[in-house]
Structures are given as structure tokens and as C-alpha cells.
Write a protein that binds this ligand. Structure first.
Ligand SMILES: C[S@@+](CC[C@H](N)C(=O)[O-])C[C@H]1O[C@@H](n2cnc3c(N)ncnc32)[C@H](O)[C@@H]1O
Length: 265
């Protein structure tokens, strides 16, 4: 695994980032990260869903609008306050992924995008994954993402850290087998896994963005997914298929907690 350094430590970074933007509109990018992957586990699940590290709520608001019983957790208080102010019907809680304030076995499904790799201490990463396992019902499913240790992410880190005082822990980057091993160590069975693109390095060049996003800010692109020009997007997709370890921004795992969900009588 490899550490990415930036100018601010991870909690400080998320705190200032989420303080600068309003809450998200519900996600729209059905064929893009993260909605594409969340939709592999949420539709059809018959219990409560937990989103760990919900941030400004693009997934939380999407599923809430669809009538899914979903709870969002984040350790940045400001983003939780903003979500509550925007829609008092949203169920959101200020809490840490390492100490979840829920009873064991409460949730049918957990979504976790961008959280585990934000924890600097590897023991905390293991604790957070175990906490996720604990709050899931037997037979429940987790969709979890880790930032990948790919050439693409190394280039992004070089671009973002170059010439700056990038000395503070920002996030971990894992090889695919490292992500797998951490989930298995906690007891999860991995059902499927994916190399994914979130924000390509080329997105930083406005000319190479999809025309619909050329003038939009990063915040609005979060909603529909970061999109490049169609031909570049197609090249990335082919590259991702054949060279996932080079191009992936993220590895996404769909996992199950062993056991059967008890059937209601
Ligand atoms: C990359 S953002 C992803 C936000 C959201 N899941 C999404 O996809 O839009 C990671 C989020 O995890 C939250 N986070 C980081 N460490 C956390 C922790 N220990 N407990 C709870 N949330 C945490 C951050 O505050 C941030 O909102």
C-alpha cells in the first residue's frame, strides 16, 4: 500500500471541502461511479441501508427520494448539519466509522465509498471494516471502495502534490489483493470486484471534458459523474478493461456477510 500526501490531513481536508459547498443534488450518473456500483446492492434489498461517509449526500439523497430506508453517517459535523437543514426527513448521524452507534446486525446493506482509505492508522482501517461487518445482518451486503495504487493515481498525486508542501497524510492507495485481503480478514465473502474510474487525470483539462461539463464546477460533476469527451471515455473504458492496475482510480468490492437473513414469519 502507498500513502498519498497533500497539504492538509484527511479530516481537515474533508472538513474544509464540505464547508465550501452546498449539499449534493441526488446522484444522476447511473452508468458511472459511484451510483453504478451502489445500484448493484441497494435496489431490492428489504431492510435498512447504511451509507458510511455520506459526505454531502449524492447517494443518500438519491436513495431517500426513491423511498429506500437509508441512514447516512459522516464524521464531519458540518455536512451532517447541512443535510439536516436541507431536508429534515433525511436520517443522518455524526459518527465515526470506527465506532458506529448501531446495534449489531441492524442493516441489510452498507455502502462505503471513500472512507476506509481515509483512515491513517491501518489498525483503524481494520476496526472500521470490522464495525461494518458487525452492523450488517447475516447475509447482508457491503459495497466498498478503496483508492487503487495504480499508475493513474500516482500521476494524479504527482500533479496535485508537485510544487506544494504535500507532507500530510491524505489517503491510502491499495493494490487489489490488499483490498480483498482486508475484507476477507474481517469475515466478508467477496462476490464480485471491479476496477473503476472516478475522476480521470484528464478531467483537469477543461477541453477534454464532456461538452456538458466543460463549464461546470467539480461540485456539479459529482452528481452525474466526471465525464470526458466520448472518444476519450471510450478509450478509458477499453484501457480499464485490459490494464486495470494501470488505469483504475478505485477498486470496488461487492461482499456478503456469511449467513442467511432470517425470514419474517
Ligand atoms: C470521498 S468522500 C465520499 C463521500 C460520499 N460517500 C460520496 O461518494 O459522495 C469520503 C467521506 O468519508 C468521510 N469520512 C472520512 N473518514 C471518516 C470516518 N472515520 N468516519 C466517518 N466518515 C468518514 C469524509 O468526511 C467524507 O465525507
Amino acid at each position: 500500500m502507498r500513502k498519498t500526501y497533500r497539504e492538509k490531513k484527511s479530516p481537515e481536508y474533508w472538513n474544509s471541502r464540505w464547508n465550501q459547498i452546498p449539499v449534493d443534488a441526488p446522484a444522476e450518473g447511473h452508468n458511472r461511479y459511484p451510483l453504478l456500483y451502489a445500484n448493484m446492492v441497494v435496489p431490492g434489498c428489504d431492510g435498512e441501508v447504511l451509507e458510511l461517509g455520506c459526505g454531502p449526500g449524492r447517494l443518500l439523497r438519491y436513495y431517500h427520494a426513491k423511498g429506500t430506508r437509508i441512514v447516512g453517517v459522516d464524521n464531519v459535523a458540518a455536512v451532517i448539519t447541512k443535510l439536516q437543514a436541507c431536508d429534515p426527513q433525511l436520517r443522518v448521524i455524526h459518527a465515526d466509522a470506527c465506532r458506529l452507534p448501531f446495534e449489531s446486525g441492524r442493516f441489510t446493506t452498507v455502502l462505503c465509498f471513500g472512507v476506509y482509505h481515509s483512515l491513517e492508522d491501518q489498525d483503524d482501517v481494520a476496526v472500521a471494516i470490522s464495525e461494518t461487518f458487525r452492523v450488517l445482518r447475516p447475509g447482508g451486503r457491503l459495497c466498498a471502495e478503496f483508492r487503487s495504487d495504480s499508475l493513474h493515481n500516482r500521476m494524479i498525486d504527482y500533479y496535485k502534490g508537485h510544487g506544494k508542501h504535500a507532507t500530510e497524510f491524505h489517503k491510502w492507495n491499495y493494490r487489489r489483493q490488499e483490498g480483498r485481503a482486508m475484507l476477507r480478514q474481517a469475515g466478508f465473502l467477496i462476490e464480485s470486484e471491479y476496477a473503476a474510474l472516478n475522476m480521470p487525470l484528464l478531467y483537469h483539462v477543461p477541453f477534454l471534458r464532456h461538452p456538458s461539463q466543460r463549464r461546470s464546477g467539480e461540485h456539479s460533476a459529482r452528481i452525474s459523474g466526471y465525464r470526458l469527451r466520448a472518444w476519450l471515455q471510450a478509450l478509458h473504458s477499453v484501457g480499464l478493461r485490459f490494464l486495470p492496475g494501470v488505469l483504475a482510480n478505485e477498486y470496488v468490492f461487492v461482499c456478503r456477510k456469511p449467513g442467511e437473513i432470517a425470514q419474517a414469519l
